[in-house]
Design a protein around this ligand. Sequence first.
Ligand code: SAM
Length: 321
Amino acid sequence: MKLFEERFNLFFNDLVLQKYIDECLAKSIKALKVKNGNTPKWNEALNELNALSKGHLGLNEPYLSINNMDALSEIIESKLRKFLPWRKGPFILNDLILDSEWQGDMKWQRLKNDITPLKNRRVLDVGAGNGYFTLRMALEGAKKALGIEPFLLFNYQYAAINALHKQDSKSMLLPLRLEEMPSMPIFESVFSMGVLYHQRDHMLHLSNLKEMMASDSELILETLIVDGDKGYSLIPEGRYANMRNVHCLPSIETLKSWLIDSGYRNIRVIDISQTTPNEQRKTQWIGDNPASLEDFLDPSNASLTVEGHPAPTRAIIICNN
Ligand SMILES: C[S@@+](CC[C@H](N)C(=O)[O-])C[C@H]1O[C@@H](n2cnc3c(N)ncnc32)[C@H](O)[C@@H]1O
């Protein structure tokens, strides 16, 4: 499997990262052995993409762009469609727009001027999806941008995008959960975006994130919140905006208290935004059964989800360890 082995040595060829290569490689290989009926289809499409000539990765906001590929757009599109649904993006590949469900650039614009510039920093992107943000972090000049993402399809999507450009050794995606990673207190910027509310134990997630931070580093935390006083959080029974595995949505004051209790300091709320159907919407890249945020909000009251909960609002917090 060409998912990452070829790049492993290159990426981990860093004085500090080197120490962790064996453990990360062994765990990643094990994670990729998980049975999935789609892997023959994905491997075939990936091999075909790998055989194409390579272009140049860059940024053409709001898109991550790859230019100067020789292959026809129709060929590239037919291969990339083997990896539906594309939730995260968007990308532009020569003149082919891969319009993902999420307009990822909107999230990046909300935080990019408030984070410590990523230039020359080691960066960890926890719950990286297909690596759209991981690649952006690398393009911002990070020394190394490591994404971790357990969902197999998203690892294939990352490999599919990487098959199209001349890669450097700046970014990498591993098919691992945060709690499976060795303790690596080496990252100067750690991102956890859209992950906390999926955790059964939010305090464990916050402490696991801290274990990955070098001294005096920065955590960028983005998560769903609800209105309410300190101490309040919503624990949805069943689904939330049609999402499974949404465990706990704190008020902003509750979230801050979790961070303080976890030993973080210098806590700044840099953004609170309601997620709109402009940011998360149906596109032709999400497959045959497209449904998106507009279908998960109450048709008669967009401030509520179909289940009657407050509609999704996300906060971005920056803090230090
Ligand atoms: C809502 S998506 C967010 C993706 C991206 N970070 C963003 O902000 O758009 C959350 C991702 O986190 C992953 N995830 C959930 N729990 C995780 C964990 N414990 N460690 C690493 N990734 C996790 C999921 O598989 C999913 O792809």
